[in-house]
Ligand binder design. Structure first.
Ligand code: ADP
Length: 176
C-alpha cells in the first residue's frame, strides 16, 4: 500500500548543509552568486566549485529553479530557487512562493531523486510572514505528493525554533 502522505514529510530543526538527502533546495537570490542566510551557508559548505558552476548559469528569475551539483555537501544536488521579497502582499508574493515549491519539485522529478530537503524559503532576509509562507510550503508539498509517487521523503529543515514550531503546528492541520 502507498505510504500515507504525512509519513513522507519530516520536520527537523538543524542545518540544511548537513542533510544526507539526494537534493537540498537553496533559497538563493536572482544572481545565484551567493548571499547571506542559508544561501551563504550552502556556498561555504559546498566549496568554491559551487560558485564556479552558478556563474555559468547566469541568474534565475524569482519563482524559478536551477540545478547544480552539491560538490562537498552530503547532498548530490542543489536546487536553487529564488523566493519573492515580501512587499506587503501586493506583488504576487503568494503565487511566486508557490512557484518556488512547484518548480523545485519539478527539478527534483527531472533529477529522479527520492529525498529532498527544503529550507523555509523567503522567511529570513526576504521577510515573508512566517505562517503564510509555511502554509504555502506545506500545501504545495501535499499537492505534489498527492500527484507524484517518485519522491519518498520531503524534509523541512528549520533553523530556528519558531520556524520549527510553525511547521509542526500547520503540518498537523494540513496533513492529518
Ligand atoms: P530568504 O532570503 O529567502 O528569506 P534566508 O536565508 O534569509 O532566505 O532565510 C530563510 C530561512 O533559512 C530562515 O528561516 C533562516 O533562519 C534559515 N536558515 C539560515 N541558515 C540556514 C541553514 N544553514 N539551514 C537551514 N536553514 C537556514
Amino acid at each position: 500500500m502507498e505510504k500515507a502522505l504525512k509519513d513522507k514529510i519530516e520536520i527537523v530543526q538543524g542545518d540544511i548543509t548537513k542533510m544526507e538527502v539526494d537534493a537540498i533546495v537553496n533559497a538563493a537570490n536572482t544572481s545565484l552568486l551567493g548571499g547571506g542566510g542559508v544561501d551563504g551557508a550552502i556556498h561555504r559548505a559546498a566549496g568554491p566549485e559551487l560558485l564556479a558552476e552558478t556563474r555559468t548559469i547566469g541568474g534565475c528569475p524569482t519563482g524559478e529553479a536551477r540545478v547544480t551539483k552539491g560538490y562537498r555537501l552530503p547532498a548530490r544536488w542543489v536546487i536553487h530557487t529564488v523566493g519573492p521579497i515580501w512587499s506587503g502582499g501586493y506583488g504576487e508574493e503568494d503565487e511566486l512562493l508557490a512557484k518556488c515549491y512547484i518548480n523545485s519539485f519539478k527539478a527534483a522529478l527531472e533529477l529522479g531523486v527520492a529525498t529532498v530537503a527544503f529550507p523555509s524559503i523567503s522567511t529570513g532576509a526576504y521577510r515573508f510572514p512566517l505562517k503564510r509562507a509555511v502554509n504555502i510550503a506545506l500545501r504545495e508539498t501535499k499537492f505534489f505528493l498527492q500527484h507524484n509517487q517518485s519522491i519518498k521523503k520531503v524534509m523541512f529543515v528549520c533553523f530556528g525554533g519558531d520556524v520549527y514550531k510553525k511547521y509542526q503546528e500547520l503540518s498537523k492541520e494540513i496533513f492529518e
